[in-house]
Write a protein that binds this ligand. Sequence first.
Ligand code: GLU
Length: 305
Amino acid sequence: MEELLEKILAACEPFVRQGKLADYIPELTKADPNDLGICIQSSDGRMRHAGDYHKCFTIQSIVKPILLLQALMDNGIASVRQKVGVEATGKPFDGINYTEQALLSDHINPMVNMGAIAICTMIQGRTYQEKFQRLLSLTKRLACNPDLSVNEAVYLSEKRTGNKNRALAYLLKTYGMIEDDVEQVLDCYFRACSIQVNCSDLANIGFTLANHGRLPISGERIFPSEYGSYVNAILMTCGMYDGSGEFAVNVGVPAKSGVGGGIMAVVPTRMGIGIFSPALDEKGNSVAGIQVLKQLSQKLYLSIF
Ligand code: GLU
């Protein structure tokens, strides 16, 4: 398997030159656009890796399924579904999807920024610090990594420049979809996006989603199976932004990308995959990362379709 991974990385390496680092969060431009790494956590309990798998990067939007899981664990499916819809918007991750002068829960989903910002308000906790700490604890458990922390430089960089997200959050507030103080909600969202991870963290998170809540190795169940189905279904239709349809056709597994260059893929019952390559296409997805997944899917028959 390691040999196969090395071969696929070598074949996909030229694709890094087709992408561009995200620069709307200035700190993200410090990444090396040539990095490409992968980890796979399989059901035989082994972690396989290749390339720049040990490099750290910020989780960015890959925290969205974890935010959703935390909200489901705290409130149940019915309450979450009432507040944030599940339909693909077909719009960019930071798009505004509203019609007839109204913004409704069905216009957003948990994998786009507006939906994820609304989901932050559903995490239990007396303060936003407490809500964030609970989210960080869940992320550590899913990643099987007690040392995860926030990359302060990226967090401060996005907090300073994240005016589009500020606008989205105020729109949510205008339409009564969030009640709390907008800056506090956003602070939680920006911190969540700035959690620093590596490919093996993403592979472990993906594995637990692939196994409906069971952690790798120990097999301990940390969330109910139906929450796994809920999250994976939304990842399948909305996880790769407005490139989700194409990804479903070419790769065919639930996945989530982030503008830090990470992709987490969920191969039901079989494996969790973590990829890092920060050169992105115009939709915000890692160009080489998608190519690696496409080849891997063909070789290992990963598509669920
Ligand atoms: N923190 C980023 C933002 O809100 C996350 C976007 C992403 O990874 O898609 O713009």
